[in-house]
Design a binder for this molecule. Sequence first.
Ligand code: SF4
Length: 375
Amino acid sequence: MLNERPHLFGVSREELRELSGGWAMPAFRADQVLEWVYRKGQADPQAMTNLPAADRERLVRELGFLTGKPVRHQIATDGTQKLLIEWDAPAPAPAPGSGEAGARALPVMNTGAAQTECVMIPVDDAKKLRRTACISSQVGCAVGCRFCASGIGGLADDLSAGRIVEQVWRLERLAGVGRITNVVFMGMGEPLSNFGAVTKAVSILTAEWGMAISGRRITISTVGLPAQIRRLADLALPVTLAISLHAPNDVLRRELIPWADYVTIEQLLDAGRYYFAKTGREVTLEYILLGRVNDQAAHARELARVARTLRSNVNLIRYNEVPGLPYRRPAKENVLDFQKVLRAAGVNAHIRASRGRDIAAACGQLRRETAASPS
Ligand code: SF4
């Protein structure tokens, strides 16, 4: 069946060698295909001109290549670009032995289509040239943070490893973008609840034969699954872990994040300490500043006490409004004051620049575009 084909972007080199060997292709054929896809940017097997016609046709029959269709492309005034991708349904099968959940039909939601958004954020200045891909790991999100557009409408499905990698590949091929240097799993979804697909995708994003992006430039952001944080630490992938705290105490956190009913801040921090002990990598604490909700000096002092209990840095994000949701963007001075309190307490705190606000591509604004409007 067509939809049981493995997805090229979700298979490792070894898996592709094994598959192509089973199709009676020579051993080097897999490397040629990967060279076309990842180095030459060609994902149409029929255009792989150094392959025999019979092998090209076999590849078309056996593998899924591009499985998503960009249905909207927007460019913000600051150069940020956003793609809304509609995925074929059902999802392609995982690679053999990949550890991903098996192929399954995308549940039919109120949208009738599986769509996700991903964003390319350029940073050019004298010292650095970065192209960051902010990608989705799920269609929708089950966490339902009260301030976020992505959780509106709940979770429809996980994205496969192939679909996660395909987002980065597509962003890299937008006109004028060039090499993607950084990847953040901060789009739609809770990455650690799609653990197998996300970690498989990281292995392909970092592989020399794949996207060849340094693991140090990949960030996995989680709202908090301590057991999965430990599992990630044990895998020793060279990635940065970001814990989305958003509140300095459990009472306020439960008001903002429904999943906080099940996990305390201390449990999260303990998992963060484990992550540092296993990987030697400092943990980033993400804190979205909501006007008059969690942005007062008392919150900053409380957050400083929390942050000092592990090797961490704090990333402050000024809230980007979502139509229909009650939260407000804090004044710039409040954000600077909040940072000052943290720094005075010895906490390494940065303010993340808001990018792509005019096309709703900023943090917390991504959504399944055809989902029901927030009420
Ligand atoms: Fe999900 Fe992240 Fe949005 Fe929370 S902030 S609803 S975890 S996508």
